[in-house]
Design a protein around this ligand. Structure first.
Ligand code: ATP
Length: 227
């Protein structure tokens, strides 16, 4: 009886979604997901590596390598799930379309939480069909090193600032009460790690251990990525 109740409550908890190029995945991404999982009491976090990113330069590593690295990084954490729905697509893949396909899969009532760093949130107004993101999911923003969101939002795009002000919720519990529409800001221990920095260290033949899981560091080395 208790087991049935537990399964039912997990089925109703919000699902976290972390999209990224993961070129490569690192401890900043994993810590963000873990903080969101715990602070927001999520059922799971889905990692969705992107195929062709509409907003930025093409990734350095091939899709198959990025996928393998995410798979290695998630090993051993049953709450972290690899979702391949974007990576095999050849056309530009918009987050709003990914959320629509998740809605079809998970149903209209299931709370969805799109997780992102503060830097990503501050450029949200440049994303395709961005106003509709709020109809489809909550947005959970984790503050990144050197970029406290409360300060940065004051000089952000005015439409974005309006959405932020109107939707900001004081506590993560709100994420459980509706399928989407709120913005929640989380604090997390700051990890000053970026994929750009890791790629640069690889190119300079510097050691990248402890910035990302050992299995991913070994994969990068054995496939001579980012050199
Ligand atoms: P790059 O350096 O190539 O731009 P990145 O390290 O920022 O890559 P992405 O794959 O672009 O990684 O990021 C995916 C998501 O993870 C984004 O929402 C980003 O804000 C967030 N993120 C990346 N690094 C960190 C970090 N160190 N702490 C918190 N969030 C992070």
């Amino acid at each position: 009886m208790l087991a049935v109740l537990h399964r039912k409550s997990v089925r109703n908890k919000p699902v976290g979604i972390l999209g990224g190029t993961f070129d490569p995945i690192h401890h900043g991404h994993l810590r963000l997901a873990q903080e969101a999982l715990e602070q927001c009491d999520l059922a799971e976090v889905r990692f969705i590596p992107g195929g062709t990113p509409p907003h930025r330069d093409a990734p350095c590593a091939a899709a198959s390598h990025r996928l393998n690295m995410v798979r290695l990084a998630l090993q051993g954490n049953a709450s972290f799930v690899l979702d391949e729905r974007e990576i095999h697509r050849v056309d530009p893949c918009y987050t709003v379309d990914t959320l629509r396909s998740l809605r079809v899969e998970l149903g209209a009532q299931r709370p969805l939480c799109l997780l992102m760093g503060g830097d990503a949130f501050l450029s949200l107004h440049t994303w395709h069909d961005w106003n509709n993101l709020f109809e489809l999911a909550h947005i959970v923003v984790v503050q990144r090193p050197g970029l406290p969101l409360g300060n940065a939002i004051t000089t952000a795009d005015s439409a974005l600032r309006q959405q932020y002000t109107a939707r900001l919720a004081p506590v993560p519990r709100v994420l459980h009460e509706s399928p989407g529409g709120a913005v929640v800001v989380l604090d997390m221990p700051l990890l000053e790690i970026s994929a750009t920095d890791i790629r640069r260290r690889c190119a300079e033949k510097k050691n990248i251990r402890y910035l990302l899981p050992d299995a991913v560091a070994n994969y990068i080395q054995s496939h001579t990525l980012y050199t």
